[in-house]
Ligand binder design. Structure first.
Ligand code: NAD
Ligand code: 6OD
Length: 486
């Protein structure tokens, strides 16, 4: 069984309280790790180490020197690729090809891309007239914000953590990360990479634990944290925002979603079925950008539902290291209970269950894992809980629509506003609809196609702020204006 400690000032340390908690495998529910739970003393030590690093060697580095270190981090992740794949698979139970082709390479890329951004981004300058005719010159400098608290979810742990670490470190900040209690492995392993590359001690710290009354709350309440970047549930974001209001700390929030997939009758049918299959079921539906609401234009509705059903019924369940498997378990027994409660609620609300709705028959010890069937419903009103609330599972409700106007209204009738995917061959219509859906990210004839330089974030209750490319600099630096009278 793996022993997982906190990573503070370059050292692996257990909590002074001796408190530990267990991590169980999503695949078969075996206990696979014992994790040290950081208390207030460890969180305080991590924040102090991060503060000291800001005033130490790290704070004195030039941008070029920082950039070189971050390239080094990316290269070392690539060198230890198999270790990261293995660590993330153990935590999430997801198929290895997702780790190999998306989650781990993206973790390395997040360091390289943001190193390039800070190396190349200009700052603004304005010349102004003055009454004496000599004028003045304003120019801006960017300085790091300070110690950043990074609170992460479990669904794509390494990708989502490094998506925040890359820009935070590239901009010269130091960080204290609180990974999800379900997925601490890759965050803790990254400490070895930081040490191997020579990132000064205290720049990167990890404290393990839960949210309320644990490391998450201790970190967000700590007065030594200058800003908080958080990815997770909207409800958690509200609690963190309250904590951040003490001391007027800045926040960047990437929150939940109840995203619409929109398929017009003129879409490339097979591409649309493949696209919606991925957006509903990739990572066992545990993707914030996933489409739990699907709207399909009437002429192709029945055919579309049947085609998606066939694909959902053809998923290959299996252990992460089984190369034939393309479908994993949910993250935990607790999440399985939540998803199954929505499966039951859908039936109570009168849904037609097109496929799934339960637990698959799994052989041997896999029967103990957090497996649920991919599930498709039709026939529910928009007021049904499963159509309104984020389930974060492998499921979607499909509803037919008649007109562009109707589907825009349906897509927008939600408190969330993260993303949409639109499938049509009519590009003019795609543009019109994309401009009217109230979300931060729209894909046309694709889904989860990500250029790290683009703005990423949610509207309405799906987030606050944008990260990505130069947008990340708005959060991870403070801009100072300097006015020179000529
Ligand atoms: P969560 O909100 O339960 O937990 C996220 C993190 O916050 C965990 O590390 C948790 O320990 C911590 N936490 C919980 N309560 C806290 C508190 N009071 N103070 C400080 N920290 C606290 O989310 P989750 O279940 O880990 O992840 C799934 C959710 O994340 C879904 O809602 C999903 O949509 C969302 N998500 C959003 C994005 C995005 O980019 N918008 C990306 C991935 C996931
Ligand atoms: O691709 C990204 O950068 C990103 N933030 C993805 C979010 C996935 C949510 O589950």
């Amino acid at each position: 069984m793996r022993q997982i400690e906190n990573f503070i000032a370059g050292e692996y340390v257990a909590a002074a309280s001796g408190r530990r908690f267990e991590k169980r495998s999503p695949v078969d529910n075996r206990v696979i790790a014992s994790i040290s739970e950081a208390g207030r003393p460890e969180v305080d030590a991590a924040v102090q180490a991060a503060r000291a690093a800001l005033h130490g060697e790290w704070g004195g580095l030039t941008t070029e020197q920082r950039v070189e270190l971050l390239y080094g981090v990316a290269n070392e992740i690539t060198r230890r690729f198999e270790d990261f794949v293995e660590a993330e698979m153990a935590d999430t139970g997801q198929p290895s090809h997702v780790m190999r082709h998306v989650f781990i390479p993206r973790g390395a890329a997040n360091f390289k891309v943001f190193a390039d951004v800070v190396k190349n981004v200009p700052t603004e300058a304005f010349q102004m007239a003055t009454p004496d005719g000599a004028g003045a010159l304003n120019y801006a400098i960017r300085v790091p914000k300070g110690v950043i608290g990074v609170i992460c979810p479990w669904n794509a742990p390494f990708l989502l953590m490094t998506w925040k670490l890359g820009p935070a470190l590239a901009c010269g900040n130091t960080v204290v990360v609180k990974p999800s209690e379900e997925t601490p492995n890759t965050a803790v392993l990254l400490g070895e990479v930081m040490n191997a590359v020579g990132v000064p001690k205290g720049v990167y710290n990890v404290v393990n634990g839960f949210g309320p009354d644990s490391a998450g709350a201790f970190l967000t309440q700590h007065p030594g944290v200058d800003a908080i970047t958080f990815t997770g549930e909207t409800r958690t974001g509200a609690a963190i925002m309250k904590a951040a209001s003490e001391g007027m700390r800045d926040v960047s929030f990437e929150l939940g979603g109840k995203n619409a997939g929109i398929v017009f009758a003129d879409a490339d049918f097979d591409a649309a079925v493949d696209g919606i299959f991925r957006s509903a079921f990739l990572n066992t539906g545990q993707v914030c950008l996933g489409t739990e609401r699907v709207y399909v234009e009437w002429p192709i509705f029945e055919r579309f539902v049947q085609a998606l059903k066939l694909k959902a019924e053809a998923v290959k369940y299996g252990r992460p290291e089984d190369h034939a498997a393309n479908y994993g378990p949910l993250i935990s027994q607790e999440h399985k209970r939540k998803v199954l409660s929505y499966y039951a609620k859908a039936v109570e609300e009168g849904a037609t269950v097109v496929t799934g709705g339960g637990v698959p028959d799994m052989p041997g010890e896999l029967a103990e894992g957090a497996w649920v069937q991919p599930t498709i419903w039709t026939g529910l009103p928009e007021t049904a809980a499963v159509v309104r609330e984020e389930i974060f599972g492998p499921c979607c409700h499909i509803r037919p629509f008649d007109s562009e106007q109707e589907v825009v209204a349906l897509a927008n009738a939600t408190d969330y506003g993260l993303s949409t995917t639109i499938w049509t061959t009519n590009l003019a219509r795609a543009h019109r609809v994309a401009a009217r859906v109230e979300v931060g990210i729209t894909w046309i004839n694709s889904w989860f196609l990500r250029d790290l330089r683009t703005a990423f974030g949610g509207s309405k209750q799906s987030g606050i702020g944008r990260e990505g490319g130069v947008h990340s600099l708005e959060f991870y630096t403070e801009t100072r204006n300097i006015c020179v009278k000529l």
